[in-house]
Design a protein around this ligand. Structure first.
Ligand code: F6R
Length: 615
């Protein structure tokens, strides 16, 4: 978590840094801060709260000096030290000569701090980061080395994860960047450089970028860039071209990114299948896994690793892979898998799923799986992020940047790619006929249009949200493909409206959760026409018999459930297996409208961050 930004060039740094922080706020918004190099001094401004608080604070300051062509900035998701002004980044060294912004965790900061305190250093914050600025200052002075060499030597002593950007008062035309475990991108402009945790703050200035690898550092000095490892080996960096468009980062007239992203799903699902299927020929082409496709085809078992919403997509994929491709599949929380001693057989295939491509637990689980000899495929959204770089092969979801903290379009894009992988596998294993494959692919091609139609439920969902906005709890129930969706629906409402919610397989209800049902308990059923429809209707009757408030997501034209449920939301008819694409929409909209009516900060819910780069 945490977002870092840096600029060095010929323009005023302040507006570039502030705009960059705003783009990275999805990574954390506990505090924000900027350090600007001006007239041989480093001025630091930092404030508890969002970037807007920092801007307000500086605007009202009479003695500000925010003019300068070099600067660094940070938006924080607190780990070490509570959110406060003093714990906000940038962190200066004791003399004020060195300024650091940091994303990650320095694991040995206490032992380093102890040594520095013994040498007379005084600390102002509770953070691990302040150790880095003081350590650099100590080495620079005691070893009498250059600024960048002091950074390099300091990093040799540091244990943990970091992406850092560092300024030195004595070297006003230099910025040093380094990475281990946390992401950092350097944008290359004309005699100017932009540094950020991801490419979103950079894209409006340049499309040429370098992604630093772990243990690499970049020294940007007098308009030149040098990349080397922290062991001092000079590298020839690969300059990539960004494909992202600037409009993708704006709200486009929607009040929130989340709503915009919900409405983008017809497009993002289409983009995630574009160029990968020919429905009329029953063909799927997944270029990203071609070189390792035999591992998938011959896999005796698939192990899916992910967290949160991506884990829910993985659970849907388990149903796809077992029902359609006849390959046994297990789905594990990456945070559990990484600390077990899991058994991986040579003919297992591991698939990791991650929107951000940076989730620390997923990355660690991936590394463990590789250490145990597994071939690992990735399903990720952010191109060039750490997870796809560490996998053997993979397929990107083409959802475009997802800014709202609650994942929406990334989920349905993940379903699309996982479904394509599944049909590809079923085809290669010849467990489905060409005719069946064509039929499934034709229906998949219809899904964007059906999602578009599902979005028409927005007004009716808004009215239901109005009725339920003050409820204290929600239960979500579904069977088969509806069960992972029940979990996802519950997660969505929990994270953005702060209402407690639980998702269960509908058949489990009578084994405990039904005790909670009374007239104050809304129960959301995923109750589309499916092989398990009758069973779900029976569960609904059980809830009604106990005076529960039933909200049912039903197939358009279902008059039967309309007689039972208190509220119905209609979605277009599709096959069982493709229902999750369409039924995700009302679940997302319900969470959105309840949160909006409760006045919650939808795009930046409390305590959360988009990219969970700490465990
Ligand atoms: C929920 C949500 C999180 C993420 C989880 C994994 O709306 O966004 O639960 O799904 O933190 O993140 P990624 O997919 O980036 O690995």
């Amino acid at each position: 978590m945490c977002g870092i930004v840096g600029y060095i060039g010929k323009r005023e740094a302040w507006p570039i840094l502030i705009k960059g922080l705003e783009r990275l706020e999805y990574r954390g918004y506990d505090s924000a801060g900027v350090a600007i190099m001006n007239s041989g001094a480093i001025s630091v401004y930092k404030k508890l709260g969002k970037v807007s608080e920092l801007s307000k604070f500086v605007k009202n300051k009479s003695d500000k000096n925010i003019s300068g062509l070099v600067g660094i900035a940070h938006t924080r998701w607190a780990t070490h030290g509570e959110p406060s002004d003093k714990n906000a980044h940038p962190h200066l060294s004791m003399s004020g000569d060195i300024a650091v912004v940091h994303n990650g965790i320095i694991e040995n900061y206490l032992s380093l701090k102890k040594v520095l305190i013994e040498k007379g250093f005084k600390f102002k914050s509770d953070t691990d980061t302040e150790v880095i600025s003081n350590l650099i200052e100590d080495i620079k002075k005691s070893a009498k080395v250059s600024f960048d060499e002091a950074v390099r030597l300091a990093l040799l002593e540091v244990v943990g994860a970091y992406a850092i950007v560092v300024l030195s008062k004595d070297d006003p035309n230099t910025i040093v960047v380094a990475k281990k475990g946390s992401p950092v991108v350097i944008g290359i402009g004309k005699e100017e450089f932009f540094i950020a945790s991801d490419a979103t703050p950079i894209i409006e200035y340049t499309d040429k970028v370098i992604y630093l690898d772990d243990n690499e550092m970049a020294i940007i000095k007098n308009g030149k860039l040098l990349v080397k490892t922290i062991e001092n080996e000079v590298k020839n960096p690969y300059i990539q071209k960004l494909e992202m468009k600037i409009e993708e980062l704006e709200k486009g007239g929607f009040p929130h990114f989340m709503l915009k992203e919900i409405y983008e799903q017809p497009r993002s699902i289409k983009d995630s299948m574009r160029g990968r299927i020919s429905a009329k020929d029953g063909m799927i082409k997944l270029g990203g896994i071609e070189c390792h496709q035999d591992k998938l085809i011959n896999a005796k078992r698939i192990i899916i690793l992910a967290c949160g919403t991506s884990w829910h997509a993985g659970l849907e994929a388990k149903y796809f892979f077992e029902e359609i491709a006849k390959t046994p599949t297990i789905v594990e929380y990456a945070s559990e898998f990484r600390y077990r001693n899991p058994v991986i057989y040579p003919d297992d295939l591991v698939i990791v799923i991650s929107q951000s491509g940076e989730t620390a637990d997923t990355l660690a689980a991936l590394k463990l799986a590789k250490e145990k000899g597994a071939t690992v495929f990735g399903v990720c959204n952010v191109v060039g992020s750490s997870i796809p770089r560490a996998t053997d092969a993979g397929v990107y979801t083409h959802a475009g940047p997802e800014i709202g903290v609650a994942s929406t379009k990334a989920f349905t894009a993940q379903l699309t790619v996982l479904f394509l992988m599944c049909i590809f596998l079923a085809d290669k294993k010849e467990v489905l006929s060409k005719k069946e494959i064509k039929k499934l692919l034709i229906e998949l091609e219809n899904i964007p249009e059906k999602v578009e139609k599902a979005l028409l439920c927005n007004d009716s969902v808004k009215k239901i949200a109005e009725k339920l906005k003050n409820m204290k709890n929600f239960i979500y129930l579904g069977r088969g493909y509806g069960f992972p969706l029940a979990l996802e629906g519950a997660l969505k409402i929990k994270e953005i409206s702060y209402i407690h919610a639980d998702g269960y397989p509908a058949g489990e209800m009578k084994h405990g959760p039904i005790a909670l049902v009374d007239e104050n308990m809304p129960v959301v059923f995923i109750a589309n026409h499916s092989a398990l429809y009758e069973k779900v209707v029976s569960n609904m009757m059980e809830v009604k018999a106990r005076k529960g408030v039933v909200v049912a997501i039903i197939t358009k034209g279902d008059t039967n459930i309309k007689k039972i449920a208190d509220y119905c939301i209609e979605i277009p008819e599709t096959t069982d297996v493709m229902m999750p694409f369409v039924a995700s929409v009302p679940l997302q909209l319900l969470a959105y409208h309840v949160a909006r009516l409760r006045g919650c900060d939808i795009d930046k819910p409390r305590n959360l961050a988009k990219s969970v780069t700490v465990e």
